[in-house]
Design a protein around this ligand. Structure first.
Ligand SMILES: [Zn+2]
Length: 144
């Protein structure tokens, strides 16, 4: 990702692990958006919204959420929405045990289809784990 002069994002959630991480850049908004979607996904799962629906149209969902809730909700630019969906699917597939590193990994679909057959409790656990792994990935001190 090229460096830009976009001001760094900070959401309303004081304890957001992404927004309170020491290293923040223009990707902070996108990472915060993924974490927000994983968190929202837990509620959607409880409402029996199917996993594939939870993992798609995230940008649209966040923009409607901001309309309802107000500022403090991360809403990426429209041109990043496809990226957001792809990353979200990758993060959840990895939490389900897939060793994928690319959003283009052809196995992601199958892993997510299997995950979608879990009970809603199982899906909440999966989304929790995905959020935990994702937050750890971007908040642990960089060694390189
Ligand atoms: Zn945040």
């Amino acid at each position: 990702m090229p460096r830009s002069t976009t001001p760094t994002w900070h959401c309303d959630y004081d304890a957001c692990p992404i927004c309170t991480a020491p290293e923040r850049d223009e990707m902070t908004l996108l990472r915060c958006a993924i974490l927000t979607l994983l968190d929202q996904g837990r509620w959607m799962t409880n409402d029996e919204i199917p996993l594939p629906d939870i993992l798609s149209a995230g940008g649209d969902y966040l923009s409607r959420l901001r309309d309802a809730v107000g500022d403090g909700i991360p809403v990426p630019a429209v041109e990043h929405w496809a990226w957001l969906d792809a990353e979200l699917r990758l993060v959840v597939a990895c939490a389900a045990g897939l060793d994928a590193v690319s959003t283009l990994d052809p196995r992601i679909d199958k892993v997510l289809a299997t995950a979608a057959r879990r009970t809603s409790r199982g899906q909440v656990k999966l989304l929790d784990l995905a959020a935990k792994q994702f937050a750890e990935l971007y908040t642990r001190p960089r060694t390189a």
